[in-house]
Design a binder for this molecule. Structure first.
Ligand SMILES: [Mg+2]
Length: 324
């Protein structure tokens, strides 16, 4: 295995413009725009758990960056910097080249400078990315701002990434067309950065769907000390999800499947026109799926009756559902 410095130099060093100092010293140096504050997030991905070792290196790189940018989107932060720590079972040049392509490709799209990181030899391919974004002071979209009477909104469609995984695991059988539509949602998710930025001053609370709609909306409800009522019929579904929605496994994908990276947010009813104008400007559909109520917990109704929500989402220390 060539030296660590060699690997970093060859695959992970890019010139920086915004940062004062990037990769190559003991620390990176960067400033903060006056009047803004930092949002910082970190996410770890492990082979066999968050992706399959057989997945394309480019998609693994894309996803490692995307899941972190999605957390910045959920806070309404403008992405600025990222750091990457990577444990590699072996020095696989082809993997590293592909990985860097996907990782830096998405970083570049959102103006993110990769300013540091670490590489080490490890038994399981493990990736830890830290991302930093800026938000005007006090304008972050937090989880604790939902109030009774607010609407509950969801961007894009729910369940497609989980349907792709379910198709892999043969619990749902998609047609070829459906699989072609769902697979990019699992492998190359799109962080909803522009939506998060536009929702500053509009949404009262916001989260990205990484663990599943019910679980992630549940996090907002818990932090805000409120409950919510959502109609299953109002949930935004792709053609594939709509076609399979009556199968229990597909219904679980829609309500509890992770990896969609859509935004779930709340806003008062007098901001409906603003939310719809944002969606139109971004050409990204948003759907009003229910309302926040006093109390606690989430009730999802279907044909007017409350559904049993057994699968509350992907709990890393509870239901163990490794991908491989
Ligand atoms: Mg999140």
């Amino acid at each position: 295995m060539p030296g660590e410095f060699d690997l970093i130099a060859r695959h992970f060093t890019r010139s920086v413009k915004r940062a004062r100092l990037g990769v190559g010293d003991d620390c990176a140096l960067f400033g903060c725009t006056p009047g803004q504050e930092w949002a910082i997030t970190t996410d770890m991905l492990i082979a066999g758990r968050h992706f399959l070792p057989s997945d394309g290196p480019g998609t693994i790189g894309h996803k490692a960056m995307a899941v972190n940018l999605s957390d910045l989107a959920a806070m309404g932060a403008a992405p600025r910097y990222a750091l990457l720590a990577i444990a590699l079972p072996s020095d696989d040049e082809k993997f590293l080249r592909g990985f860097a392509g996907g990782f830096f490709g998405l970083a570049q799209k959102f103006g993110v400078e990769v300013i540091g990181g670490d590489t080490t030899r490890g038994g399981l391919l493990t990736l830890s990315v830290t991302a930093l974004g800026e938000i005007p002071e006090g304008q972050a979209l937090r989880r604790d701002g939902a109030r009774p009477g607010d609407d509950v909104w969801v961007s894009g469609t729910l369940g497609d990434a989980a349907l792709a995984l379910a198709h892999h695991q043969r619990t749902v059988e998609l047609t070829t067309d459906e699989a072609v539509a769902c697979f990019p949602r699992l492998y190359v998710p799109t962080p909803r950065i522009e939506l998060g930025l536009a929702l500053r001053g509009v949404a009262t609370a916001c989260i990205d769907v990484s663990d599943g709609f019910a679980a992630d909306l549940g996090h907002i409800l818990e932090r805000s000390g409120v409950g919510a009522e959502v109609a299953f019929e109002a949930l935004p579904l792709s053609a594939a999800a709509a076609a399979h929605q009556h199968e229990p496994a597909a219904r679980d994908c829609i309500l509890a499947g992770g990896d969609d990276y859509e935004l779930v947010f709340t806003a008062p009813p007098d901001r409906r026109a603003r939310v719809e104008a944002i969606a139109a400007a971004l050409a990204l559909p948003v759907s009003r799926v229910g309302g926040v109520v006093a109390g606690a917990g989430l009730v999802v109704t279907r044909a007017g009756a409350a559904m049993a929500l057994q699968h509350r989402g992907f709990d890393h220390f509870g239901d163990v559902e490794p991908q491989a």
